[in-house]
Design a protein around this ligand. Structure first.
Ligand SMILES: Nc1nc2c(ncn2[C@@H]2O[C@H](COP(=O)(O)OP(=O)(O)O)[C@@H](O)[C@H]2O)c(=O)[nH]1
Ligand SMILES: [Mg+2]
Length: 345
């Protein structure tokens, strides 16, 4: 488990007295830890924060500043260090700062490699959440990074361990995708807990994998996060899925174009032809149909959606379209059964 995060920021030279230190949740006191801090700095990249800490980074930093100012922060490779009984993972930013994660001894820092690099990059370069200009900004950045990495460890790594001990070892990996707000997280929550909440808060950066035991087998549902930089890495999980589910918000036609573009982009960039594809037209409860010929109307709506999204041009053996409402539970049971039939087909 992640226990602490810290940041060492060099003012001038490698003089510990001119080093700014931030940490969370507990303080690292410079005086007590002088020796350890020195070792951390020297241990990173076998260099020092002063000199050859990431020489490559320095040149990249320079190249970056002239060519492309869109990524102001150059983020190095994490380095794992065992100093005393401290299990550390440090990353160098712009050749002038070190961010360190402190783990418990039995943890493997390499499990956290991607999230550490991706989150730092996302917070610093995409969201521009910190320019290291003032203390509060830096502290907020560190706390955000800490919470997200810890959450990843608690929710994803711990669960992965749980599952590998599952006796059958057989589970169906279900990969959800779709633009934000279509109901992916609500869907996952509905089948996990049976609950729905209009105001359910789902943090956008959250890695969300839920394991759900059903009579037909164990499902692992991968609910992909909305943020695009995260999504890139997340999508690596697509190919080894047993089934992929694409969700559309049928009540929000304003975003059909965007949704369609996103679908085809992901579909074409990944080799998915042989993976069963289930398309859910969610939030059907929001579409007011004239009660008399509800079925006909639904068929027409389905055809309009399929035409608009050009699903008929899918070079795909095994795909289906189903209307759902996560809110009213409409067709949710059917979706679960369909998952198992499609996977075993
Ligand atoms: N009316 C209605 N609202 C829904 C339905 N499914 C999800 N929502 C709402 O749509 C919003 C976005 O849902 P969320 O699960 O966070 O979407 P995600 O970004 O795809 O994970 C939330 O306010 C949900 O309560 C549905 O079937 N019907
Ligand atoms: Mg979500």
């Amino acid at each position: 488990m992640l226990s602490k995060i810290f940041l060492l920021k060099r003012k001038n030279h490698l003089d510990l007295d001119s080093l700014d230190i931030y940490s969370y949740p507990e303080d690292i006191h410079k005086k007590d830890n002088k020796e350890i801090l020195l070792q951390i700095i020297q241990g990173h990249d076998q260099g020092s924060l002063e000199d050859n800490c990431c020489e490559i980074l320095k040149s990249e930093s320079k190249a970056n500043s002239t060519q492309d100012s869109s990524n102001p922060f150059v983020i190095g490779n994490p380095v794992s260090q065992l100093i005393g009984n401290q299990n550390l993972y440090t990353i160098c930013i712009n050749a002038e700062m070190l961010i360190g994660l402190v783990f418990e001894k039995e943890d493997n820092p390499y499990d956290y490699r991607e999230i550490f690099v991706d989150m730092s990059n996302e917070l610093l370069n995409t969201e521009r959440s910190c320019s290291f200009k003032d203390d509060i900004e830096i502290e907020n950045f560190l706390i955000t990074l800490f919470i997200d990495i810890k959450r990843y460890g608690d929710e994803t790594l711990e669960k992965a361990h749980e599952v590998s001990f599952h006796p059958s070892g057989l589970f169906t990996k279900v990969f959800l995708f779709g633009i934000d707000e279509v109901g992916k997280s609500s869907f996952t929550r509905r089948i996990k807990t049976g609950k729905f909440n209009d105001n359910f808060f789902t943090p956008s950066r959250r890695f969300n994998i839920e394991y759900i035991q059903r009579q037909d087998g164990l499902l692992s549902i991968w609910d992909s996060p909305g943020q695009s930089t995260f999504r890139e890495k997340w999508l690596l999980g697509l190919q080894d899925s047993n089934i992929i589910i694409y969700i559309i918000d049928v009540a929000n036609q304003l975003r059909f174009d965007e949704s369609k573009t996103e679908f085809w982009k992901i579909y074409n960039e990944n080799d998915l032809k042989d993976t069963p594809l289930l398309i859910l037209g969610n939030k059907i409860d929001l579409i007011n149909h004239n009660d008399n010929n509800n079925d006909d109307q639904l068929k027409r709506t389905e055809k309009e959606i399929i035409d608009f999204f050009e699903f008929d041009s899918l070079q795909h053996n095994n795909w289906k379209f189903v209307f759902t409402s996560v809110k009213t539970s409409h067709n949710i049971e059917k979706v679960l059964n369909t998952i198992f039939t499609m996977v075993s087909a």
